[in-house]
Design a protein around this ligand. Sequence first.
Ligand code: PMP
Length: 367
Amino acid sequence: MATERIYNFAAGPAVLPVPALEEAQRDLLALPGVGMSVLEISHRSKTFEAIIGECEANVRKLGRIPEDYHVLFLPGGATLQFSMVPMNLLPAGAWADYIVTGTWSDKAVKEATKVGAVNVAFTNKAENFVRVPKREEIKLTPGAAYIHIATNETIQGVEFHKLPDFGDAVVVADTSSHMFSRPLEVAKYGVLYAGAQKNLGPAGVALVIIRDDLVKKAAQNRAYAGLPVMLQYGTHVQEKSLYNTPPAFAIYVMNLAMKWLIGIGGLEAIEKINERKAGKLYAEIDRTGYYKGHAAKDSRSRMNVTFRLPKEELEEKFIKEAKAAGMDGLKGHRSVGGLRASIYNAFPEAGVDTLVAFMKEFEKKNG
Ligand code: PMP
């Protein structure tokens, strides 16, 4: 049977690096020297301890993560972090500032509101989340327990190209859909979290990077002891993400993806590639005005490129014909409509070139 790979533009789960898949495939029946599959070994075995340890070391190396930050591999995706963050960091009597720039940060607010007091410091829902705010548009409340921000909105395709200056405030960032797509300064954040299934690995695990003083501070809150043990950051810090049976295979493949990223030159190298890939697509979107980008130019995401065609019928035709030409996952999220090309780290540049050529041809025939 043919097993040729097509171009997968899906927003997540998304394309993974081929060398990572090849190694996983090669070693799936038996890890070298172990004689058992990674799917079968105990999470308490030396072998798995080495795998999760190596994954952490690679994440630390890639992100140049300072010593006073913990690197955790947690279940529940980024969505559980919408709840864990306020449960741990938003005690009674305190409040948090939330910046809402798209569907995901909007969901984060909804979960936080169930736990404690929330101030929406910025939202542009009324303008359909087409851009990220300027610093002066964000109305922070001094003394907030933390500021929550989604640095790339996957559905709308809007991205903060630089973290706004929040001074010494504790910044909690949902970086799910552009984590490790460019260098980042971890010290500017209190917490970073990302569901793995876009830029880091397979579904089933979320990467959480949290500063040590926040873990300690959380444990001092009166309500903390009453939290389910799985929802306390301290549990996972103390047990090194092995309190219960972790998503071992997802962590294993994430490690292979991290090795691949280090191998191609790390975050500086991948940023250049990502800039180039996104640049080609946006240049085509802007070339004639036939295609219209959803995001304002200064807020355009390098990972999720959202755009529309003149008519919905044409969008449907485009998606159908693109699929027949070996390009899948281009349908935009229903809340935005149109098309979305997700071009994460592992998405090959040749796939972007193929899409650009297809766009030119489609416009010629249907424009
Ligand atoms: N935040 C962002 C920015 C996302 O893109 C997603 C998933 N699409 C989520 C949160 C939710 O992630 P998960 O499915 O891992 O819970």
